[in-house]
Design a protein. Structure first.
Length: 136
């Protein structure tokens, strides 16, 4: 005679848990917005549109390029005072040049490239219809 496998008896003896909410399902948050009008208002405030004035697809290349140029300008501004120092230099002159380099680097960074945020869709639609941007 062949021996019977043990697994059917093990299955019969184990209790299968009742299907119920898991931890993840208990933690999900249901939207408090109920009416379609409230959903539309929330969507208009949360959705954003690129209003920079260039082709939206070109930002993929122009933003990294602008950041690169800005960083290069920072390094150049910091190196300008230091380039003039050659050979043995007195400590006072070296300290003054270092302070000038730091000042120029900070100024260049302050006026460097910054991305402009996209505008809310609601503001873009108002601008298209009236021609003026709404006040915040």
């Amino acid at each position: 005679m062949t021996a019977r496998p043990a697994w059917p008896r093990q299955l019969a003896s184990t209790q299968i848990p009742e299907p119920g909410p898991t931890e993840y399902q208990e933690q999900t948050v249901v939207s408090k917005v109920k009416s379609p009008q409230e959903k539309k208002a929330a969507s208009l405030n949360l959705d954003r549109r690129n209003v920079y004035g260039e082709n939206a697809k070109s930002s993929r290349k122009n933003i990294p390029l602008s950041k690169q140029r800005s960083h290069q300008a920072e390094r150049r501004a910091a190196n300008q005072p230091l380039i003039q120092l050659t050979g043995a230099v007195e400590e006072d002159v070296a300290v003054e040049a270092e302070a000038e380099a730091r000042t120029r680097a900070i100024e260049q960074k302050r006026w460097g490239f910054r991305k402009s945020p996209d505008a809310p869709l609601k503001a873009v639609l108002i601008h298209k219809s009236t021609g003026t941007w709404p006040k915040a």
